[in-house]
Design a protein around this ligand. Structure first.
Ligand code: SAM
Length: 311
């Protein structure tokens, strides 16, 4: 399918959708390092600019619109004013793009916190907004480990489908492929994902195989817990070292933090995918991404729907 990608970052979501056989026809991000990474590894079709400078009406016709949006401006108190609140301008842009472009489907990624924001009112408002815009939405809380990603990353995927497509063409959310109990294959451990990489302190030819000097200290909170080699990694973060930088997860050897490359492999980026910018910027681009292998599963569902439509 032909896809418009908003807030594309380094392109984790886009790469997975492309790997499944879809085409990204237009993409945008404000971050120049993320855009440099995207251009080098995915394509020149991305525009580096603040979304507020983009003329929605000039965007190409597409089957699908994808993207994630922050939603600090949602709260119970200002429910009716959500779309006017300037902190929600990225949501407003996503929403307006759907209203204007009328794609068959949309995919919006968000953090788990969106479900409890404003005591659940934010997500209700989002569903109501898209309902009014002519879309049926489903809200799916996902643990990436359940999809073979070596990471217990929890994210919310909101899938929208244009009402006039009816029941004949229905987006079926991918079923889990892995589990930590039951009949499915076991969750994939961090050790399985990254143990083949050479010691980054020795000379090597692995791309982006350098790590943050941020000290490993176990203080029992996010980013400061022991990493169990036999379990999936905790969530690869996009911020949080206390000095404006990114808190990379400690390596299970306890001696250092994960390299950029190891973090990228846990997010299932291919090993030849090169990240541009400072170390901090690279970690941020990776922590912000949708795991590529999970995005591919969403992309395969779009391909299935496209084939079904043509029958
Ligand atoms: C969660 S990340 C998206 C990651 C992407 N989906 C992926 O899989 O790699 C959100 C992105 O929104 C971008 N962004 C934030 N404000 C923006 C704005 N005003 N205009 C355009 N992009 C913006 C950030 O630079 C960031 O890369």
């Amino acid at each position: 399918m032909k896809i418009i990608s908003l807030f594309s970052g380094a392109g984790g979501l886009d790469l997975g959708l492309i790997q499944a056989g879809n085409e990204i026809i237009w993409a945008n991000d404000i971050d120049k390092d993320a855009v440099a990474t995207y251009k080098e590894n995915i394509g020149e079709h991305i525009i580096c600019d603040d979304i507020k400078n983009i003329d929605i009406t000039a965007l190409p016709v597409a089957d699908v619109v994808v993207g994630g949006f922050p939603c600090q401006g949602f709260s119970q108190a200002n429910r009716l004013r959500t779309l006017d609140d300037d902190r929600n301008r990225l949501y407003r842009f996503f929403y307006t793009t759907i209203k204007e472009k009328r794609p068959k489907f949309f995919i919006a990624e968000n953090v788990k916190g969106i479900l409890s924001l404003g005591h659940g009112e934010a997500i209700k408002q989002i569903i109501a907004d898209f309902e009014e815009a002519g879309y049926i939405t489903s809200v799916n809380l996902v643990n990436m480990a359940d999809y073979g990603i070596p990471q217990t990353r929890q994210r919310v995927l909101i899938i929208g489908q244009r009402k006039d497509l009816g029941d004949t063409l229905r987006f079926v959310f991918p079923s889990p492929t892995h589990s930590n109990k039951g009949n499915l294959p076991q969750w994939i451990s961090i050790k399985t994902a990254i143990d083949h990489f050479p010691d980054p302190d020795l000379e090597n030819a692995v791309l982006n195989h350098i790590y943050s000097a941020y000290k490993v200290e176990y203080r029992n909170f996010t980013g400061h817990r022991k990493t169990d080699p036999d379990k999936p990694s905790p969530t690869i973060l996009a911020r949080g070292n206390g000095k404006g930088g990114v808190c990379a997860i400690p390596h299970y050897n306890g001696k250092r933090r994960l390299t950029i490359r190891e973090s990228a492999s846990i997010q299932t980026f291919p090993e030849d995918f090169h990240f541009c910018g400072t170390m901090n910027s690279c970690y941020r681009q990776i922590g912000n991404a949708v795991p590529v292998a999970f995005a591919k599963l969403l992309g395969l569902e779009l391909i299935r729907l496209e084939k079904e439509e043509k029958l």
